[in-house]
Each structure stands twice: as structure tokens, then as C-alpha cells.
Design a protein. Structure first.
Length: 208
């Protein structure tokens, strides 16, 4: 007589226990100093679910494992995207005003524009700089002794613009920065104009 197949819930709880054990071991390895990417955790759980599904097709029923696998697939994919975003970097650190371009663009990742090393700051007067990114983090550091007109636009995220902060969707913060030691009042003709545009993430503009 044909043996009855094991009910789905048994496989489901067994899979959860096995996946939890695997993730726990991975966490111990991570704490031990081995560089374990964040995506490895959901990927390991997804691999366990996939393996048990194969076994369950012969010796049991999948039960809720299919649904669990469908949840883990986008989680794993999202964690991989986040890692790639965090890994991309664009750094701009000019020492001369002539070395600063007019526009810098990064699809996703971390963009850093540090103008504190510019020796001939007067050469930045009247310069219009645009920094754009689809997702990630943008940080711009203004140099000493230079006024600035800063405009920021973020689709969704947060902005720290000198002494102002904001967060949420459709965020726009603008500020005229009157640098210490300069003539009172900000004149566009003698100031650095900075436009920062970001789709998703964080914008930080600071002055040294």
C-alpha cells in the first residue's frame, strides 16, 4: 500500500528551523571577522527553502514553502541592489578651481564633492555646479571664504543643508550661504551656485 505523504506544516516548520540554524551559523562567522555580505542571509534562507521544496516534491507537500520562497526572492534581490548601490562611489576633490567641472552624475551610489582643497577659491566665484544621482547619498563640502547659493531637490529621502534639515517625498530645500569673513549679502555673480538633484536617498551639504 502506498505510504501517505507527510503533511505540509511538518516540512514548513522543519525548513524554518533549518534556515534559522543556517542564518545563525552565518551570523557567527560574520561576527568572527569574516566579511559576509548582507545579501548572503536571505540568499541562504532561499537556498534552504529551494532544497526542501525539491525534497518535498518526493516525500512531502510544500505547504507554505512556496509562499515563503516567493517572499525571499524579492528580499534577496533588493539586498543585492542595495549592496551594488552602496558599492558605487564618485569622489571629486579638486585642488584648483579650473579642475572643477560643471556637472557630475552617478546613477546610484555615494557621491562626494569636497571643495575644501581648492587653493584659488576666488576662481569658483560665479561657478555653477550641478550634482545628480538616481539613488544613494550625495555629500558636498563648501570651501572657506566663498558665498554659495544652494538648491536641493530630492524625490524621496532626507536633506541636511547647512543649518536646515528635512525629510519626506518631493523635498526641496534652498539656502543662500553667507560665508564668514565675506562681504555681507550673497551675490550670485560672486557666489558658487550649487544644484543637487537626487531621486532617492540622502543629501548633505556642509561648510568648513
Amino acid at each position: 500500500m502506498r505510504r501517505p505523504r507527510k503533511p505540509g506544516p511538518i516540512l514548513f516548520w522543519f525548513t524554518l528551523a533549518l534556515a534559522s540554524l543556517g542564518v545563525g551559523v552565518l551570523a557567527v562567522v560574520d561576527l568572527a571577522g569574516v566579511d559576509v555580505p548582507a545579501s548572503a542571509y536571505p540568499a541562504l534562507a532561499l537556498a534552504v527553502v529551494g532544497a526542501v521544496l525539491v525534497v518535498g516534491s518526493f516525500f512531502g507537500r510544500p505547504g507554505g514553502l512556496v509562499l515563503l520562497g516567493l517572499v525571499l526572492v524579492p528580499v534577496t534581490a533588493l539586498s543585492l541592489v542595495v549592496e551594488n548601490v552602496a558599492g558605487a562611489r564618485l569622489e571629486v576633490r579638486p585642488t584648483q578651481a579650473s579642475a572643477l567641472g560643471d556637472r557630475y552624475t552617478l546613477g546610484a551610489g555615494e557621491t562626494t564633492v569636497d571643495l575644501t582643497g581648492v587653493q584659488d577659491v576666488v576662481g569658483l566665484e560665479g561657478h555653477h555646479l550641478t550634482v545628480e544621482s538616481g539613488a544613494g547619498r550625495v555629500e558636498v563640502t563648501l570651501p572657506e571664504g566663498l558665498d554659495a547659493i544652494v538648491r536641493t531637490d530630492v524625490g524621496l529621502g532626507s536633506v541636511r543643508l547647512l543649518d536646515r534639515t528635512g525629510d519626506g517625498p518631493g523635498l526641496s530645500l534652498n539656502q543662500a550661504y553667507d560665508a564668514p569673513g565675506t562681504t555681507p549679502g550673497v551675490d550670485e555673480a560672486t557666489a558658487l551656485t550649487l544644484d543637487v538633484r537626487l531621486g532617492l536617498g540622502e543629501v548633505v551639504v556642509v561648510a568648513r
